[in-house]
Design a binder for this molecule. Structure first.
Ligand SMILES: NC(=O)c1ccc[n+]([C@@H]2O[C@H](COP(=O)([O-])OP(=O)(O)OC[C@H]3O[C@@H](n4cnc5c(N)ncnc54)[C@H](O)[C@@H]3O)[C@@H](O)[C@H]2O)c1
Length: 323
């Protein structure tokens, strides 16, 4: 069995090499950026693992021996899924490699703002030994933490918020209002969450319904002095509206890991907001998540090529017609 990594920006592929050695397969690394490069590099391979290279219908037609495509990550937008399914090529991703890490990051952003940590640290280093700039800080126990999107990461964030002492509520169109999740999170409408929550943490996919979900209208409905946390996708939040809400005091703070434009432009107004805590799309990262992403992306492809069902499969319909 021969598997090609079409492209990746990882420091090393030692993790993948270990998985390949354990399975007794040949693993080759390329750095393809175009369809032509993938077609030329993947000619004799049973499976490919891809980061950003375009895997189109044309590429698949030129690679009739290809059985499996694995994506390093959750999103599969660089792949033509319909074309893969029609050709019996199984596509897999790693949807939950960063659930622990992104939920940790969301909680850390919320806790950092709840205790004024980054602002106090900055001011102490500048010679101030005062609490004035962060007042009023409110004790976490008794505050309400609102989770928008109760999927894998939202649910994990809710569990951790409970552990800190927050009362946790949430909203998700896939959940019935008035019920509780398996973790005991009370499900409300989004409007009800905005009315009640002291912290609003976003965990929705970016799509036509959630693009700029957080805009002036949304922020007008939140409690005065609420905190907004976004670790999902930058396009879910209109940055200019958040800046306006921070300046007016409607929002006490914002913890943001993702932005409409990444890297965050150096002239972004967010950079001068003292109660904005900003990180560079880092929530997914830990050594553990990185290792899990690499090993599971490859293992899924090995399993398909060996005729086994992979742990994650994006287009199950392809299994039936598998090459
Ligand atoms: N910052 C990072 O490094 C990083 C890493 C991984 C994932 N993410 C992002 O985190 C987000 C959540 O990922 P996940 O694995 O929990 O996804 P998931 O699919 O498990 O959960 C998403 C949930 O959002 C719900 N939802 C959809 N539209 C909604 C709406 N309008 N209002 C409320 N809920 C809505 C869905 O029903 C689903 O339950 C995704 O946007 C993902 O891209 C970010």
């Amino acid at each position: 069995m021969r598997i090609l990594i079409t492209d990746c920006d990882h420091d090393s592929i030692a993790v993948e090499q270990e998985v390949a050695a354990a399975a007794g397969i040949e693993l080759v690394l390329a750095q393809c950026h175009t369809e032509e490069e993938v077609i030329a590099a993947a000619a004799d391979f049973d499976g490919i693992v891809v980061q950003y290279a375009p895997i189109t219908a044309r590429v698949m037609d030129a690679l009739p021996q290809l059985k499996a495509i694995g994506r390093y990550g959750v999103g599969v937008d660089t792949l033509d899924i319909e074309a893969a399914t029609a050709r019996g090529i199984v596509v897999s991703n790693v949807p939950d490699y960063g659930t622990e890490d992104v939920s940790d990051h969301s909680i850390c952003l919320a806790a950092t703002l709840a205790r004024g940590i980054t602002r106090l640290d900055r001011e102490l280093r500048a010679g101030s030994f005062s609490l004035e700039s962060v007042k009023p800080l409110r004790r976490i126990r008794g505050r309400v933490f609102g989770v928008i999107g109760l999927g894998l990461i939202g649910a994990a964030t809710g569990r951790k918020a409970k552990g800190l002492g927050y009362q946790v509520i949430g909203s998700d169109p896939a959940r019935e209002t008035g019920t509780r999740t398996e973790d005991g999170i009370e499900v409300f409408t989004m409007e009800q969450v905005l009315e009640q929550a002291d912290v609003i943490s976003l965990h929705v996919p970016l799509n036509a319904h959630t693009h700029h979900l957080v805009n002036d209208d949304f922020l007008a409905k939140v409690k005065d002095g609420a905190v907004l946390i976004n670790t999902c996708r930058g396009g879910v939040v209109e940055s200019a509206a958040v800046v306006r809400a921070l300046r007016s005091g409607k929002l006490y703070g914002a913890g943001l890991d993702v932005f409409e434009e990444e890297p965050l432009p150096v002239d972004s107004d967010l950079l001068t907001e003292p109660n904005a805590v900003l990180t560079p799309h880092a929530a997914w990262y830990s050594e553990e998540s990185y290792t899990e992403l690499k090993s599971r992306a490859l293992q899924n492809v090995i399993d398909v090529c060996a005729g086994k069902e992979p742990r994650n499969i994006y287009n199950p319909a392809a299994l039936a017609a598998s090459r």
